[in-house]
Design a protein around this ligand. Structure first.
Ligand code: SF4
Length: 232
């Protein structure tokens, strides 16, 4: 896949322009969006569904999400007629807890590997383009994120990872959300800034570092955005 295709030039494009350029350049390729239904994902989804209304929306169903997240996911899926794909781990929560105990307390990296990374690696395999709602500002681990990156999966396959909002600020996210009258997860109104699995998500002490509320500040990534190797 010849990505060097304008990847640098696209850095200065607005999300909608990046999207239409990628879709033109990779017409006919299989695309998906990973979506945890946070505000950024809703914007990426709002942009994508205008071009690809049936795009697979991959939700990593760890079994540990907030009940509000499940309710919101189902409401949006219905209202927007989404092609929602609940990506399931090999073991149920009960099976995992019976076998290994409460991994999110004792070994969260392993818990994320089993419930997020491994299932994602499998489900990404048939796709060529992977859209995300990631932003550089979200975390120090994301500060070098490019809008267009090539990522090599463990099988050796390379896919294009496209982060339409990579350079957006938190303010821009909420400006778009208001302008386009998008709904949002109710936990934001309680003070949460980054929302994942319930046991590993707290209201951050430092609003300037939204992901400090994840995993008690002990880690910043679940691994789904660090598993693959850059293809260039
Ligand atoms: S975020 Fe927490 S509960 Fe969710 S998969 Fe990772 S360690 Fe497990």
């Amino acid at each position: 896949m010849g990505t060097t295709l304008v990847a640098e030039a696209l850095e200065n494009f607005a999300p909608a322009e990046v999207l239409s350029t990628v879709l033109d350049a990779y017409a006919g390729r299989r695309a998906c969006l990973t979506c945890s239904f946070q505000a950024e994902d809703m914007i990426a989804l709002d942009l994508l569904r205008r071009h690809l209304p049936a795009i697979p929306v991959l939700f990593l169903e760890t079994g540990y999400h907030f009940s509000q997240t499940y309710e919101y996911r189902d409401r949006v899926a219905k209202e927007w007629s989404l092609n929602l794909v609940n990506v399931m781990p090999q073991n149920t929560v009960n099976q995992q807890e019976s076998e290994f105990g409460i991994l999110y307390q004792t070994d969260p990296a392993r818990c994320c590997q089993l419930r997020k990374v491994d299932p994602l690696l499998q489900v990404l395999e048939p796709f060529d383009i992977w859209f995300t709602g990631l932003r550089r500002e979200q975390s120090p681990t994301r500060k070098n994120l490019q809008k267009i990156e090539e990522h090599r999966l463990p099988t050796g396959k390379t896919i294009l990872k496209v982060s339409l909002l990579a350079d957006w600020t938190w303010g821009q996210v909420w400006e778009y959300t208001a302008q386009h009258k998008l709904s949002y997860l109710p936990q934001y109104d309680q003070g949460y800034l980054s929302i994942g699995c319930e046991p590993c998500t707290a209201i951050p002490d430092d609003p300037a570092n939204p992901r400090s509320g994840r995993w008690g500040g002990k880690k910043l990534e679940c691994g789904i955005h660090t598993f693959s190797q850059g293809g260039h």
